[in-house]
Design a protein around this ligand. Structure first.
Ligand code: C2E
Ligand code: CA
Ligand code: CA
Ligand code: CA
Length: 278
């Protein structure tokens, strides 16, 4: 029932309504999920292609919904950001990831580090303290934690953010730039930031074997990462061709379905127990 102009807002739109109800339900559910322990991490190995060993895992958020099953982060992280739930979820995530890695260490698994994704909205004044507390509570050394920050954070030039990142890095926490090249950040922003690692985004890795343009883009990113003396991790690697292109061009650490999808802790143990990759 749309007659042009603004008048259609006055009409009853069953489709809009259903979406509205659905969203409201998801909101209510998400608030409950955070308190009710329905959020969990799946961990995806990062393999050093020279040694063939797992040098880290990335913690990837999942929502185990009682009726809808496993919900991937793209479907609820943006909603969580809108609802202001990110600080709470983020703090839970830091605690959980550190606890899980410390547990693996106690069981004798030699896994050097865990990478946790950090939303730009998490960067309040408490963030530095939350990281320190997660490390202290779990007993992990700072170098066992890597924080994956996005360009959104790099774009935020605030002194607080810079200071927090500087301080964390000087304590030994590793800082990784995620999704680089997919947003609007520039090299000059990037060079101001304390960084240890650059992740080559899946959107660049995809098609590297079939498109010359993608391939030269990736080698440019690798060259830039090297000149900034950053470690390089290529994500979303699915094929042997991609693997070979990346390693030939100097990306040593590979993350992707080629080795493993993100898995629950028990599966991760089985995987680590298997020994060498690559
Ligand atoms: P991201 O940080 O860029 O994570 C990489 C995504 O690529 C993950 O999707 C991962 O499962 C997927 N991936 C890895 N290897 C492959 C591959 O070989 N093929 C394909 N097709 N996909 C691959 P996922 O787990 O769905 O996460 C999506 C995004 O959600 C993440 O992108 C990140 O931005 C966000 N996210 C995940 N966990 C968290 C979290 O704990 N906190 C925050 N703030 N965001 C998170
Ligand atoms: Ca990430
Ligand atoms: Ca990415
Ligand atoms: Ca992303």
């Amino acid at each position: 029932a749309k007659h042009g102009g603004k008048s259609h807002y006055l009409y009853y739109d069953p489709a809009m309504d259903a979406a509205g109800v659905e969203r409201l339900q998801l909101e209510t559910d998400l608030r409950k999920a955070v308190e009710g322990g329905q959020l969990q991490f799946h961990y995806q190995p990062q393999v050093d292609t020279r040694s063939g060993t797992v040098v880290g895992v990335e913690a990837l958020l999942r929502w185990q919904h009682p009726e809808r099953g496993l919900i991937p982060p793209d479907l609820f992280v943006p909603l969580a950001e809108e609802l202001g739930l990110i600080p709470e979820i983020g703090n839970w995530g830091l605690q959980q990831a550190c606890r899980d890695l410390a547990g693996l260490h106690r069981e004798g698994f030699a896994l050097p580090k865990v990478a946790v994704n950090v939303s730009a909205l998490q960067f309040g004044p408490e963030f530095g303290e939350q990281v320190k507390r997660a490390l202290e509570d779990s007993g992990l050394p700072p170098r066992a934690l890597s924080l994956e920050v996005t360009e959104g954070i790099a774009m935020d030039n605030s002194e607080l953010t810079l200071h927090t990142l500087d301080e964390l890095q000087s304590q030994g926490v590793r800082l990784s730039i995620d999704d680089f090249g997919t947003g609007y950040s520039s090299l000059s922003y990037l060079s101001r930031f304390p960084l240890d690692e650059l992740k080559i985004d899946r959107s660049f890795v995809t098609g590297v074997e079939s498109s010359e343009q993608q391939a030269s883009l990736v080698s440019a990113i690798i060259a830039m990462g090297r000149s900034l003396q950053l470690e390089l991790v290529a994500e979303g690697v699915e094929t042997a061709e991609q693997y070979h292109y990346l390693t030939r061009n100097g990306a040593r650490v590979i993350q992707g379905y080629l080795f493993s999808k993100p898995v629950v802790v028990d599966e991760l143990k089985a995987l680590l127990g298997r020994g060498h990759f690559a």
